[in-house]
Design a protein around this ligand. Structure first.
Ligand code: SAH
Ligand code: SF4
Ligand code: F3S
Length: 467
């Protein structure tokens, strides 16, 4: 049997695509190997959201070149950089054998055949942007033993945020028909999955036959499903109906990732985000009234072209006002083909040191807020869905609270159980404690691996990675 190794960069869309690649490769009698050193096929599933992500891909490629020289491994580049750069990657990196975009995963067998049999160097980066697009359905067997899984509900993005490459790398929005989504969720629940996260770059503009709010309500009714999450959302699509779903259905987890990007209206306008800070706060107030205590997280870009010290102060102010549970903050990175990338000079580039200094101030503020929110939970009991063994010690388990905080705890409950944990200590992003009660065992008997759970994605770049 031949062995493959996939190095995944980027967001949950990519993590999910990696799983689909694994399934296609398994059907060709390839087995997974945990290191590149003994692989016959190495795939980089890339991200191009920021310049740094691209650099990481290039340095990883440099490392894998050795394996190619030593054992003749094939090297493929997939994901968002591949979609963006197409055959330029083949020209730039002579030892890459094939390049393929996110829509070409199903074509892997065909591509590999051409690479191996015809010794061709192959590029497959056509978009399938129409309703004819067939969403790859996960093989539920690969989810057996897991408490939580992702389910794709849409692909692409029709927004035109001035800084963002995603519309260029993922194409137009296509929603997956709701019966298909429900079928996939049911098949996951049947193998013991208790929590699903519906994913897409802009899930609340979903139009797969019913509204996104209705989809959430239907998914919550699937027998065996205890929690439903989703990510990621654009504030302009946060409808009253979706807010109402939070009021109606307790299984919709009390966490909303709502990227704001900036706390200043002029910057938002230059970002083409089409909402004001006041509108954002109004949506949030309504959401918090519907589900008191809901955790809110966000993404922020600092040092956007033209951002003055005053503009940035407004982002600091918004952070204080909202008191986010967590933030992903990034310094602006100019991207090819985007308005902000092309017009940075005209709008006024922010010097690198200023960007970094602002980022540090914002992160220090958010750290304080997250720590305060965490500290308030110490001594209390939280509900945890057990996801696996903790990497913090042999007898420890880990899982998440409904508010999406990671918990490491002493306990013996099986994966897929819901337990109560008393929180003894807490950091900005995680809780530590002891299991006090088993609320509900798993729906399936789960055979555990003796190893702690490995990180599937070593360079989280996208929004859905929450901490
Ligand atoms: N669909 C999501 C965003 C996905 S990209 C949304 O609309 O919110 C994830 C995050 O990366 C964005 O929210 C943004 O904060 C950040 N990002 C995107 N482009 C960027 C750029 N050019 N420079 C820095 N950060 C960027
Ligand atoms: Fe789409 Fe999000 Fe990028 Fe905006 S930031 S273009 S909504 S993916
Ligand atoms: Fe692509 Fe996700 Fe990165 S959509 S650009 S892998 S954040």
């Amino acid at each position: 049997m031949k062995r493959y190794f996939i190095h995944t960069f980027g967001c949950q869309m990519n993590v999910n695509d990696t799983l689909r690649m694994g399934e296609v490769l398994a059907s060709m009698e390839y087995g997974a190997t945990p290191t590149a050193d003994n692989a016959d096929l190495i795939i980089l599933n890339t991200c191009s959201i920021r310049e740094k992500a691209e650099e990481k891909m290039l340095s990883a490629l440099g490392r894998y070149r050795q394996v190619k020289m030593q054992r003749g491994a094939l090297i493929g580049v997939g994901g968002c950089v591949a979609q963006q750069e197409k055959d330029k990657i083949l020209k730039r990196v002579p030892y890459v054998d094939f390049v393929f975009g996110p829509d070409a995963i199903a074509k892997l067998p065909e591509m590999l055949k051409r690479v191996i049999d015809d010794r061709a160097r192959v590029t497959e980066t056509a978009f399938v942007d129409s309703e004819e697009y067939v969403f790859p359905t996960a093989n539920p067997e690969t989810s057996r033993g897991k408490a939580t899984e992702f389910v794709t509900v849409m692909k692409g993005c029709d927004n035109v945020c001035a800084f963002c490459v995603v519309p260029h790398t993922r194409g137009r929005e296509v929603s997956r028909a709701f019966p298909e989504v429900l079928k996939e969720v049911a098949s996951l629940a049947a193998v013991g999955v208790r929590e699903v996260t519906l994913i897409g770059q802009n899930v609340n503009s979903y139009v797969g036959g019913i509204s996104f709010a209705q989809l959430l309500l239907r998914v919550a009714q699937v027998p065996g499903i205890a929690r439903v999450r989703f990510t990621t959302s654009h504030p302009h699509d946060l409808s009253d109906e979706l807010i109402e779903a939070f009021r109606l259905e307790p299984k919709i987890a009390p966490h909303f990732h709502l990227p704001v990007q900036s706390g200043c209206d002029t910057v938002l306008k230059r970002m083409r985000r089409d909402y004001t800070v006041a509108e954002y706060l109004e949506r949030l107030a309504k959401l918090r009234a519907a589900r008191p205590g809901i955790a809110v997280t966000t993404d922020i870009i600092v040092g956007y072209p033209g951002e003055s010290e005053d503009d940035f102060t407004q982002t600091m102010k918004l952070t204080e006002t909202v008191r986010y549970d967590g933030q992903f903050s990034f310094v602006f990175s100019p991207r090819p083909k985007t308005a902000a990338g092309m017009r940075e000079e005209e709008w006024g580039p922010v010097p690198h040191e200023t960007k970094v200094e602002r980022l540090e101030r914002l992160q220090a503020l958010q750290k304080r807020i997250s720590q305060e929110i965490s500290a308030a939970v110490v001594g209390q009991e939280v509900e945890v869905l057990v996801e696996g063994r903790s990497n913090q010690g042999v007898d420890r388990r880990s899982g998440k609270t409904p508010h999406n905080r990671t918990v490491h705890f002493d306990g013996d409950a099986a994966i897929g159980s819901l337990v109560k944990v008393r929180v003894d200590t807490a950091t900005q992003s995680a809780f530590y404690g002891k299991q006090t009660q088993l609320i509900e065992g798993p729906t399936q008997v789960i055979v555990e691996s003796p190893w702690p759970d490995a990180e599937s994605c070593d360079t989280p770049e996208g929004t859905p990675q929450l901490h």
